[in-house]
Design a protein around this ligand. Structure first.
Ligand code: NAD
Length: 801
């Protein structure tokens, strides 16, 4: 080990290994793994197993069962048995399971990253910063789809039992891409991980148990291609989702043809990476590094064909070699390793064979001089120049860190060369000229095109290929279609809400009584909530809050014009909220739902006491509020804009944008549900709110402050001013820094608000509080709320010279 002095002199990286003790303990405790069938780990039917190795060291990590016909059949039967109950659950209940899985994965991110790296050989930097966070994001996103699938896909229902087969290059991520949407839509699954990398899938099975997922909803059978073929052939499987090589994809197409099974295929690629002479060349170099040397080039959408405009080709290739020379090849568990191990020795031999075959007349093969470890399967960054577009090197998927470089002169030639492939998975275009970049994007035969970037993935965007790269999409709305069939979902059972524990609920505050000598509870005057803090009303005034039978409960702050002004100022400062990604806003809303549910008993007791409703009704109001928060959390990253079909050679992007600061005046009744139903869609879309809660029952909203404080809602995103609704509505209507106003109250109040809003011509939405039943999702929730919470901006981008 070098001394500190030597390190300072050479500025060499020190070793920075990630600790793997927890994973080793986990492996030691399980010498051999069985399948995960019907909610339990079971040994393989015939006792056959195969060894799983760490490709960086060659050591055996575990033995896994080789799935036989009997195993596959048991798994399919378990999935079939689980299907009716799982598909019959309300989407909200399935969302809770997916949410729990996301949370459990998030809590074990480090464990899964290390296990993935040991099993697959990918650098820990990638499993830690890319694979596992994307897995978590996928489960969160699809928790949202579970919530929305019935309303967003009317007339459709789950397909049934899905057989899912995944490759080894992103083992857990490919599992997430398959399992999360399938479960969200109400399907049950039998998944087979790749034989080189089954371990994270088996660890995931443990999380399914921990999350209390009903038995048989997820089944995992390990084994090789033969086990995969058994799943494909099984007569009781309704859908096959396959990711892997084009060769196997073709066999699966043939095997399933005419069987009535729904099929999606995510196959191989030979994706072009196109650099124009006006591109930011240094950024493009980083892009190439990411495109072909990420995950040792074992990426279906790897930018493995570099097409550079002739005038800058020599300069670009020199820059690229200089950069590639700096990539560190070595121990994948070392945090400063760029290139880890190739997944298995057979794969290494395949790369070697293709590279050796590619060397020849006029072809130049450059390889980085990075020292390779003595043990394990490693291959250096490699770059071929002088390659003919028709050669095997330029046409065949090598699935390793091998780049071929070709040149072009004109955009048309670039398009022609790029499309000169049987594949069509992805493409990356680099030019500072938006016209040229968009023109190319439109002409490329690829399912994904990245402009001035590469390898961008998100659970909200569909991913999949054209041509021999397969069909069907994974991710987002497009991906969900793959798991839905044209049959309506069975009517969902009425949700069974968890019963709150009333023993933990604080006693409702009682007034003192001279008759029986009880002393009154401590006086509590609820304050206002501005900029994330509880503040006294400006006028120092308050008003009496009474129960339905007229007895005095407490005082609430009487907000005035100045309080509204302060709240609007706080809201206008909280601009960061709208700038957050939808995913982050969803997280906060889910967290609000979670924290509200944790206090369900307390809120229900408060509502029952204040409104005089029965306890059952109050409990329902709290749980519907929780559900509504999850519903809009689900939409936070799914209320997409559109691309309009306008003129030729144009994209017209219709973007949904938040208004900014929105005033919200809530109905008197349903003090929690009415309030939540109005603020949640606005907040989900990125607005900041100044809300006036129920004037009659304001204490439910003031109790909500504590829920807000514990749920990461940034100060200023939601401000609450109690007081006289009509007076405060008028101030909000007149305020020039309030962009829109939602009012739910009386028809006279609505007329006054509309008139007073004319100053800055703010958009208003008036609802009659006597005409709306907030408990009914058809009236109290839905896309109309989201539409009203946003305004559309159309962006026209013409392209082509
Ligand atoms: P592969 O096709 O050999 O194996 C993929 C999976 O299919 C494995 O689980 C394997 O056991 C199983 N399998 C093999 N033969 C089978 C058969 N006859 N019937 C059913 N299942 C069978 O591919 P691989 O080598 O594991 O993965 C690399 C390939 O995957 C590359 O071609 C890559 O481009 C592709 N890939 C595509 C995407 C995408 O989204 N388009 C993503 C990742 C990988």
């Amino acid at each position: 080990m070098p001394s500190v002095k030597e390190i300072v002199q050479t500025m060499e990286y020190g070793v920075a290994p990630e600790a793997n003790a927890e994973v080793l303990r986990w492996l030691d405790a399980r010498e051999s793994f069985g399948h995960f069938i019907g909610g339990a780990f079971v040994p393989g039917a015939d006792g056959e197993s195969f060894a799983v190795e760490n490709p960086a060291t060659g050591e055996v990590l575990a033995h896994c069962a080789q799935g036989t016909e009997a195993d596959v059949d048991a798994a399919v039967q378990a999935a079939r048995r689980a299907f009716p109950a799982w598909s019959g659950l309300p989407g909200h209940a399935r969302a809770r399971y997916l949410y729990a899985l996301a949370r459990l994965l998030q809590k074990r991110e480090r464990f899964f990253s290390v296990l993935e790296t040991m099993d697959n050989g990918k650098p820990i930097r990638e499993s830690r910063d890319i694979d596992i966070p994307l897995v978590v994001r996928h489960f969160y996103h699809h928790a949202g789809w579970a919530e929305l699938v019935e309303s967003e896909f009317p007339g459709k229902g789950p397909v049934g039992v899905c057989g899912q087969i995944v490759p080894w290059n992103f083992p857990l991520l490919m599992l997430a891409w398959k399992v999360a949407p399938a479960l969200a839509a109400g399907n049950t699954v039998v998944l087979k991980p790749a034989e080189f990398t089954p371990l994270t899938a088996l660890a995931f099975a443990g999380l399914c148990q921990e999350a209390g997922l009903p038995d048989g909803v997820v089944n995992i059978v390990t084994g090789d291609g033969e086990t995969g073929a058994l799943i494909v052939r099984h007569p009781d499987v309704d859908k096959i989702a396959f990711t892997g090589s084009t060769e196997v994809g073709r066999m699966i197409r043939e095997a399933s043809a005419g069987s009535g099974k729904k099929l999606s295929l995510e196959l191989g690629g030979k994706s072009p990476f196109i650099v124009f002479d006006d591109a930011d060349l240094d950024s493009a170099v980083e892009g190439v590094v990411d495109a072909i040397w990420f995950n040792q080039g074992q990426v279906c959408c790897a930018g493995s064909r570099l097409l550079v405009q002739e005038s800058v080709a020599a300069r670009f290739v020199e820059k690229l070699k200089a950069r590639a020379e700096k990539l560190r090849v070595g121990d994948p568990l070392d945090k400063s390793t760029d290139i880890g191990a190739i997944v298995a020795d057979v794969q290494l031999q395949r790369i070697n064979a293709l590279v050796d075959e590619g060397r020849g007349d006029g072809v130049d093969c450059w390889q980085s001089s990075a020292p390779l470890p003595n043990n394990g399967s490693y291959f250096p960054p490699t770059l071929f120049t002088g390659v003919s577009p028709a050669s095997k090197l330029a046409q065949e998927e090598i699935f390793g860190p091998v780049l071929v470089v070709m040149t072009f002169r004109t955009p048309d030639e670039a398009t022609m060369l790029a499309n000169n492939s049987r594949y069509g998975l992805a493409a990356s275009v680099w030019s500072e000229n938006i016209n040229v970049a968009m023109d190319l994007a439109a002409g490329l035969k690829a399912g994904v095109v990245w402009v001035n970037c590469t390898n961008m993935f998100d659970a909200a965007a569909g991913f999949g290929g054209y041509r021999e790269s397969g069909f069907g999409r994974e991710g987002g709305r497009e991906g969900l279609h793959e798991y839905l069939a044209g049959k309506p979902a069975k009517p969902a059972r009425k949700p069974l809400f968890p019963k709150p524990d009333f023993s933990a609920a604080p006693a409702a505050r009682t007034a003192g009584s001279a008759a029986d000598n009880t002393i009154p509870a401590l006086d509590r005057t609820a304050k206002l909530y501005i900029g994330g803090k509880q503040v006294r009303p400006d006028a120092g005034a308050s008003y009496a809050v009474r129960t339905a039978d007229g007895s005095l409960v407490s005082q609430a702050g009487l907000g005035n014009r100045k309080d509204i002004r302060n709240a609007v100022e706080a809201a206008n400062k909280a601009t960061g909220w709208g700038g957050n990604a939808g995913h982050n806003r969803a997280q906060v809303l889910f967290y609000l739902a979670e924290n509200l549910e944790a206090r369900a008993a307390e809120f229900a007791a408060r509502i029952a006491h204040l409104t005089g409703s029965g306890q059952e009704e109050a409990i329902e109001e709290v749980h519907l509020s929780v559900q509504r928060l999850s519903y809009y959390a689900a939409f936070a990253d799914k209320y997409d804009g559109r691309v309009h079909a306008t003129r030729a050679r144009h994209v017209t992007l219709a973007m949904n944008e938040p208004w900014g600061t929105v005033g919200v005046c809530c109905p008197d009744d349903s003090p929690l549900l009415g309030f939540v139903s109005m603020i949640a869609p606005l907040i989900a879309m990125g607005n900041r709110c100044v809300a006036v809660p129920s004037q009659v029952h304001p204490l439910v909203a003031t109790d909500f402050y504590q829920v807000l404080d514990t749920s990461d809602v940034p100060g200023g995103a939601l401000n609450i001013i109690t007081g006289e609704r009509e007076a405060l509505a008028r101030v909000l209507a007149e305020h020039h820094d309030v962009s829109a106003l939602w009012y739910c109250g009386t028809p006279e109040g609505a007329a006054a608000v509309e008139k007073a809003s004319s100053g800055n011509l703010k958009a208003t939405w008036a609802l009659d509080q006597t005409a709306i039943d907030w408990r009914d999702p058809a009236q109290g929730a839905g896309r109309e709320f989201l539409r009203r919470a946003t305004q559309v901006k159309n962006i026209w981008v013409p392209y082509g010279e």
